[in-house]
Design a protein around this ligand. Sequence first.
Ligand code: HEM
Ligand code: HEM
Ligand SMILES: [Cu+2]
Length: 366
Amino acid sequence: MGLEMAKPHLDLLAVIPGAFEGGCPHQRSGDISGGFVDIAWDLAHWCLGAASLLERAVLAIGLARAIENGFAVMDPAGGGDPVLYQHIFWFFGHPEVYIMILPAFGIISQIIPTFSRKKLFGYESMVFATAGIAFLSFIVWAHHMFTVGMPLAGELYFMYATMLIAVPTGVKVFNWVATMWRGSMTFETPMLYAVAVVFLFTIGGLSGLMLAIVPADFQYHDTYFVVAHFHYVLFSGSVMAMMGGVFYWIPKWTGHMYNEKHGKIHFWLTAIFFNITFFPQHFLGLAGMPRRIPDYNLQFAEFNFMSSVGAMGLGLTQIFFIYIIYSTIKGGKKATTEVWEGSEGLEWTVPSPAPYHTFETPPVVK
Ligand code: HEM
Ligand code: HEM
Ligand SMILES: [Cu+2]
């Protein structure tokens, strides 16, 4: 099977989240080249594996740079074409955004089951949705260049292909919500982050869909609406998932519990200031304020003022984040082996922090 062939390769990558998860490089056990597709493999690892495949696209842009010097791909004077260069750039650039979001999806898929005290709903559909997103990410790049004057067939193709991504993304959001459904949920800081990511990322997904509609994008392109879109997916998607991941694993990393009250304060300040900063940018964009400008028309002043106030608050709040990490490393309640009541997976079966020679004999996973 194709998945089986990819597995040893993906396993190499497991080292990255492994180091991340407190010195427990392989959450799965046994022979790496085992005889069947080990679907029980940790979802965070699947997501990182998929992300690494996307990284290959970076090669494309590197190549373009090299050719640019030699054969003037960009420069019309040398027979080049700037639009061709944009195609090559976004062939890398779009898969790149999934490199940032797929590991975040993996983190959320670990946190939600723990604090819902239920197994992740639809594990296999999650893996296939990840693979689907990874595949589709390679065939939608020109949605960043609807206004360059592509043939109509191209505009239509990239519009529909982009809208297709909403399907596997919707599967993931549905599964997260279904995991929480009727679970016995508690809202420690990591869970607050996870729920916020599901909610706020979805707002970013919806503005993404708006941008995918060609005639609408003619209006929105190069405005602050785009800036609002990508901060909802990047900040309240990737960055807030990473913050949730830090609170989730820091007891395992350091052997100390963080201060729960501090964690909650950090969460609420981040979530509120984030929305004050970026929500008004939707309105600025719809009203026509261009991105990447040093100054703007007076009519945009109020929303920009709100946004600036939010940005300062958001920035200052992160100094508190650094303080929480520092004080957790230095001291705090001793973390137990399981850390969380509902935690499942091998890293939660060894002491916190994980000892050297984590497993001297490979553990049995049922
Ligand atoms: C949920 C599905 C998504 C859809 C349908 C979507 C659609 C789009 C479209 C059509 C644009 C181009 C807008 C324009 O320039 O006129 C865009 C821009 C962008 N998107 Fe998304 N997007 C989605 C998810 C994401 C995710 C998950 C990320 C990152 C984690 C992301 C990051 C970005 C960035 C950074 C840009 C702006 C690039 C730039 O011009 O500087 N998007 N998106
Ligand atoms: C306190 C947090 C943040 C604030 C206040 C902020 C603010 C901004 C603003 C105002 C712009 C638009 C600049 C312009 O068009 O003139 C921008 C651009 C951008 N931001 Fe952020 N941002 C923050 C965090 C982030 C994070 C965490 C990421 C990525 C993970 C990110 C990625 C980007 C990207 C890709 C652009 C586009 C740059 C370009 O137009 O070339 N931002 N940011
Ligand atoms: Cu894109």
